[in-house]
Design a protein around this ligand. Structure first.
Ligand code: AMP
Ligand code: ZN
Length: 115
């Protein structure tokens, strides 16, 4: 699997940095965000290193579909019953801090800390 040795999320995929995992399969990993904005805040990431959404192409369509399709399932499993937000920050102006593609999925009763 394509990995970047300096990437924090690749290290999470490799188990070199701990995470609170909520889902894992061949293609993706989902874990709780370390600084949650909402009562439930998970990140869904591809296991392969893709730096940003700006880098994806048609060859990633199935992977992206899988990531998005997981969101409702994970929220249900985590007890979110009244809606959720999905966010992908891309690049500097998009507010991206970690350059390994990730989708934020946030839910739970408001008010939230952010977002
Ligand atoms: P972004 O601004 O979209 O790049 O968001 C990066 C997210 O990764 C932030 O919400 C961070 O709280 C989260 N984050 C960074 N390091 C970790 C980590 N080791 N485990 C879990 N979440 C992390
Ligand atoms: Zn990475």
């Amino acid at each position: 699997m394509n990995a970047d040795p300096n990437c924090i999320f690749c290290k999470i995929v490799a188990g070199q940095i701990p995470s609170k995992k909520v889902h894992e399969d061949e293609q993706v990993l989902a874990f709780h965000d370390i600084h949650p904005w909402a009562p439930v805040h998970v990140l869904v990431i591809p296991k392969q290193h893709i730096a940003t959404l700006a880098e994806v192409g048609p060859e990633h369509a199935a992977l992206l579909g899988h990531m998005l399709g997981l969101a409702p399932r994970l929220m249900r499993e985590l007890g979110v019953v009244d809606g959720f937000r999905t966010v992908i920050n891309t690049g500097r102006d998009g507010g991206q801090e970690v350059y390994h593609l990730h989708m934020h999925v946030m839910g739970g009763p408001r008010p939230w800390a952010r977002g």
